[in-house]
Design a binder for this molecule. Structure first.
Ligand code: GLA
Length: 674
C-alpha cells in the first residue's frame, strides 16, 4: 500500500480536532496551510527493518581480506557480536548492496572535538551521527506503522523490559559488540557514560544531571545488562531520550584516563579536551571512523571493521568504504548536491529552493528532490532569567520579556508573511507561532493560538507597559532605567536564512519603536554561549517536532533547561505556565497511550502558543537531495521528523554500483591506533 498521508496522521489516533480544550476557544486561528509534501512510502513493521540474530556465515568488504590475512584484523565473525544487528533486505528500496566507493557530504559546521560525553559536537550535518551509535534509534521511525509506534527502535540496546509498576527499565546490550579499535563495548561504557558524565554536574553532557526520567539511577547487572530505576512511573516514551544525541556512550577505555574522578592530575578542561578535533583516529561505535581532519577543508572517515551490523545475507555493513565531510558552508551543501560534486543535502535554505528545484527537475540532474512536511522553523528566544543578571538594564529588559503583553506585542509587530518572502518567494513559508512545527505528529492547528501581525495592537500593548519614546529618537524608552529599548539579538552569521530573518525582524521591530542590535556568534561557540545563558535574545532554528528530542533546549525540565530560562542560586523565577509545562513533559514520558499523549501535546501546544514562550517566525518544508548514483536512499525519507535524515535514511545501508563508485582517497586502509 502506498501511503502519502501527512505524517501528522500517524499519531492522531482517536483525536477530535475541535478546540474545546479546557473550555477555551481560540481567538485567532492559524491561517490555512498549503502543504507541499510529496513523499511516498510504504509503512512497515518494526521488525521488517532490523532484527538481532546469528547468521550461518558472514562476509566483509573485500579489501579487508588482506588485513585479516596479515593478522592486522581478526576474522569477520570474531569482530562481530554473537547476534549482530541484521538489516533486512526487504526493507531496502534497492536491496542488498555492493561494497566500496565514497559518500561525499558537505557541511557548514566544524568539529569542536570528539569527546561526545562532554557534549562536544563534530560539526553536524551527519558527521556526529556517522561516528556515534546510541542505545536506541529514532530516525527510521517515519516508516513504521502507527500501531507499532510504541517508543524508539532498538540499536546498541537490543531489547528492554519494564517492571510492573514501570519504575524499572532493564536494558540488554548487543553482546560482543566492539569499539573500532577492538575494545569490548559493555556496561563499563554505560556506567561511565551515565554515572561519571550524565550525573556529573561539572560535565556538560547531552542529558543534564537528574533530567532523565526525573532522576533515574543506574544499576549494572552484568557485562551486557543494566537497569534504570526511576523515582516515578515512566513509559516507553522516556526511552526516546536515549536516542541520538543523548543516549550515546563514549569509549570509557580512553576517556577514563582524562576524567578527574579517575585521574587526579586532570581537571575538567583537560577532560573536555581529551579528544581534540585534529587528533584522529579515535575509537567509535559508528559505521565510519574519522582518520584524517584537515581543518576548514575535509574530514575523511573510513569504514569501521568492527561495526556491529550486517545485512540479511551476512555482509558486514556499511557498504560504503569512505565518507567525506567537506568543510565549507551550509549553502554550499545544496549548491554542491545540485552540481553533483556532493552527494547529499537537507535542502533547508529556502533561498535556494526555486533554483535547486528547477535544476533537479531536469532528467540529467544528478539529484532527485522531494519535499516533506514543514518541520523547519525559526524562533526568537527571550532570556527570562531576571535573577541571573546584576546589570540594571538587563534586569529591566528581562522583566519586560517576562510580561505576556510584551511578548504579544513582539508577535503582533512581526509580519511573518514578509519574513517568509524575504527567505524565498513562493508558497514555501507558513507562519510559525512557537509550539510544534506543523509537520510534527503532535501538531494540531486547533490548539495553536495565533498572535498575528497588527502594528497598532503592538503599539497599544507597549504603551500599556509604560514604554514611551520620551526623547523623540524613534526608540521607546524603558519606564525604569529610562534608557532606549535595545535588544541584543544573537544569531549564527553562517546561516544565511537566519541572517535574512534577522534583517527582516530588525526592521519590523523598529517600526514599533524597538531597536534590535544583531550580534553574531560562530557555530562552534554558539551552544556554549547559549547553555551558559549568556545572551538577551537569540534568533535561531527551533526544530520543535517531538517533545522528547532535545527536550532541554525547549522545555523547563531541570535547573539548566531551557537555556533561555536558567535557574538562579535561589531556583527558577518561574513564569506562571512553566510548572504546568514541566508536569506535561513528565506526564508524556509516563504514558504510552496515544490518545493521552495527543491530549497532553495539545495542552502543551496551547500553553506554548498562548503564552508565546518563544516568538515563532516562519516554518518551511525541506527537500532531501541525494545523488542518483546512491542506492537505498528511500524516496519517502523526510529531512526531519523523528530525527534528521542522515539518521532516518540509515546510511550504513546506502551503496553505489561498482561502475559508478568514486575513487577512494585512502583505499585499502582502516584506522590504525597507536
Ligand atoms: C545541521 C544541519 C541539518 C542536519 C543536522 C544533522 O543542523 O543544518 O540539516 O544536517 O545538522 O545533525
Amino acid at each position: 500500500m502506498k501511503d502519502s498521508r501527512k505524517l501528522a496522521s500517524l499519531l492522531a489516533v482517536g483525536v477530535c480536532a475541535a478546540a474545546l480544550y479546557a473550555g477555551t476557544s481560540i481567538a485567532d486561528p492559524m491561517p490555512e496551510e498549503q502543504s507541499l509534501a510529496g513523499l511516498e512510502y510504504d509503512l512497515i513493521g518494526r521488525d521488517d527493518l532490523w532484527t538481532y540474530e546469528a547468521l550461518p556465515e558472514y562476509h566483509q568488504a573485500p579489501f579487508l581480506d588482506a588485513l585479516v590475512e596479515s593478522g592486522a584484523l581478526p576474522p569477520v565473525e570474531d569482530r562481530l557480536p554473537a547476534e549482530p544487528l541484521v538489516m533486512q533486505a526487504g526493507a531496502m528500496s534497492a536491496g542488498i548492496g555492493e561494497y566500496g566507493g565514497v559518500f561525499r557530504h558537505v557541511i557548514g559546521g566544524r568539529p569542536e572535538g570528539w569527546n561526545i560525553l562532554a557534549g562536544q559536537h563534530q560539526g553536524w550535518g551527519g558527521i556526529n551521527m556517522a561516528t556515534q551509535e546510541c542505545l536506541v534509534r529514532q530516525g527510521p521511525r517515519w516508516q513504521v506503522r502507527p500501531e507499532e509506534q510504541t517508543g524508539p527502535l532498538p540499536n546498541l540496546a537490543k531489547s528492554w523490559e519494564w517492571n510492573d509498576d514501570m519504575t524499572e527499565l532493564t536494558m540488554h546490550l548487543v553482546e560482543g559488540a566492539k569499539w573500532s579499535d577492538g575494545d569490548p563495548f559493555d556496561t563499563e561504557d554505560i556506567a561511565f557514560w551515565y554515572d561519571d558524565n550524565v550525573q556529573n554536574a561539572d560535565i556538560n553532557s547531552r542529558i543534564s544531571k537528574d533530567a532523565f526520567g526525573g532522576g533515574a539511577s543506574l544499576e549494572v547487572i552484568d557485562d551486557y545488562t543494566f537497569k534504570f530505576v526511576f523515582p516515578t512511573a515512566q513509559s516507553n516514551t522516556v526511552v526516546e531520550g536515549l536516542a541520538y544525541i543523548q543516549g550515546c556512550p563514549g569509549p570509557s577505555h580512553v576517556l577514563k584516563d582524562f576524567h578527574p574522578d579517575y585521574n587526579a592530575d586532570m581537571n575538567y578542561d583537560d577532560y573536555l579536551n581529551a579528544m581534540p578535533a585534529d587528533a584522529v583516529p579515535i575509537p567509535v561505535m559508528g559505521a565510519w571512523v574519522p582518520v584524517e581532519h584537515k581543518p576548514d577543508e575535509l574530514v575523511i572517515l573510513r569504514r569501521n571493521p568492527y561495526y556491529f551490523k550486517v545485512d540479511s545475507e551476512g555482509n558486514q555493513l556499511p557498504y560504503i568504504n569512505e565518507m567525506h565531510f567537506k568543510l565549507t558552508t551550509w549553502d554550499d551543501r545544496t549548491t554542491q548536491a545540485v552540481a553533483g560534486t556532493g552527494d547529499w543535502s537537507n535542502m533547508e535554505n529556502p533561498g535556494n529552493f526555486v533554483e535547486a528545484l528547477k535544476q533537479s527537475q531536469d532528467e540529467n540532474s544528478p539529484v532527485s528532490a522531494k519535499f516533506g512536511p514543514r518541520t523547519l522553523s525559526w524562533r526568537i528566544e527571550l532570556n527570562f532569567a531576571q535573577n541571573m543578571t546584576d546589570d540594571p538594564y538587563e534586569q529591566e529588559l528581562r522583566g519586560l520579556f517576562r510580561e505576556l503583553p510584551f511578548r504579544q506585542a513582539l508577535s503582533h509587530a512581526i509580519d511573518r508573511d514578509a519574513v517568509g518572502q524575504a527567505l524565498a518567494r513562493g508558497p514555501f513559508a507558513y507562519p510559525y507561532i512557537g509550539g510544534f512545527a506543523s509537520g510534527s505528529p503532535y501538531y494540531d492547528p486547533a490548539y495553536s493560538v495565533y498572535t498575528p501581525f497588527d502594528q497598532d495592537k503592538a503599539k497599544e500593548l507597549l504603551a500599556g507597559l509604560g514604554l514611551e519614546d520620551t526623547d523623540g529618537n524613534g526608540v521607546l524608552n524603558m519606564p525604569g532605567t529610562g534608557e532606549d529599548l535595545v535588544i541584543d539579538m544573537t544569531y549564527k552569521p553562517q546561516r544565511t536564512d537566519d541572517r535574512k530573518q534577522m534583517d527582516a525582524v530588525t526592521s519590523q521591530l523598529a517600526e514599533v519603536g524597538i531597536r534590535v542590535l544583531p550580534k553574531t556568534v560562530d557555530e562552534t561557540s554558539f551552544d556554549p554561549m547559549r547553555n551558559a545563558g549568556d545572551f538577551s535574545a537569540i534568533l535561531q532554528r527551533a526544530n520543535f517536532v517531538l517533545p522528547t528530542r532535545e527536550t532541554c533546549g525547549n522545555l523547563p525540565v531541570s535547573d539548566i533547561c531551557p537555556p533561555f530560562h536558567l535557574s538562579g542560586p535561589d531556583g527558577r523565577d518561574s513564569l506562571p505556565f512553566e510548572e504546568r509545562l514541566t508536569a506535561i513533559t513528565s506526564e508524556m514520558s509516563a504514558t504510552d497511550d496515544a490518545g493521552k499523549q495527543t491530549e497532553l501535546a495539545n495542552e502543551m501546544e496551547q500553553l506554548l502558543t498562548e503564552n508565546l514562550y518563544n516568538i515563532g517566525l516562519v516554518q518551511v518544508p525541506a527537500a532531501l537531495l541525494v545523488n542518483k548514483r546512491v542506492q537505498n536512499a528511500h524516496p519517502g525519507t523526510p529531512v526531519f521528523m523523528y530525527e534528521w535524515a542522515e539518521d532516518a535514511v540509515i546510511r550504513e545501508r546506502l551503496w553505489v554500483p561498482a561502475d559508478q563508485q568514486m575513487e577512494e582517497i585512502l583505499p585499502g586502509t582502516v584506522a590504525v591506533y597507536e
